[in-house]
Write a protein that binds this ligand. Structure first.
Ligand code: CMP
Length: 139
């Protein structure tokens, strides 16, 4: 077990529904610590760059359109095994398959509008954190 950092994005469906506070409460109750946070409206270039790995997927256009529809809240979470831990706290990508008590079960509508993103590996977490934050932002 090691102290890790992971990137979280609270997506436009959640900011639209005023679910930011509810989601942050689930995150903090899980023991993960928010060490940086910013509300921002992603540009098409930012959303496309962030999700570059998915650019050949059929849902890429829909994903970029959705992620730029309204503001998001990006944050860096820190804790023991933060990458795996946050994926557990978020629940399955498809909310209909997410376990009770997870963010996606509590707040999300479907696989496209699934309320939150979390890094899927430590390597990707480093890249994703660097996409939005400088080392000096992590307090
Ligand atoms: P996220 O964890 O942010 O990483 C990629 C995102 O693509 C994913 O969450 C979903 O929101 C989205 N996604 C994955 N599969 C589909 C799909 N079949 N249709 C639409 N969006 C999808």
């Amino acid at each position: 077990m090691a102290i890790e950092r992971t990137l979280s994005i609270i997506k436009p469906d959640a900011t639209e529904k005023n679910n930011v506070g509810g989601i942050l409460q689930v995150i903090e109750k899980s023991g993960l610590r928010i060490v940086a946070m910013r509300r921002m409206h992603l540009t098409t270039a930012q959303a496309g760059g962030f999700y570059e790995v998915h650019k050949e997927r059929p849902f890429f256009g829909e994903l970029v359109e959705f992620m730029t529809r309204n503001p998001v809240v990006v944050s860096v979470l820190e804790g023991e095994d933060a990458v795996a831990k946050y994926r557990e706290v978020m629940g399955a990508t498809d909310p209909s398959k997410a376990a009770d008590g997870t963010i996606r079960k509590l707040f999300a509508k479907d696989i496209g509008e699934n309320s939150v993103h979390g890094s899927d590996s430590l390597e990707n977490a480093k890249r994703e954190i660097g996409f939005f934050f400088a080392e000096a932002d992590l307090l």
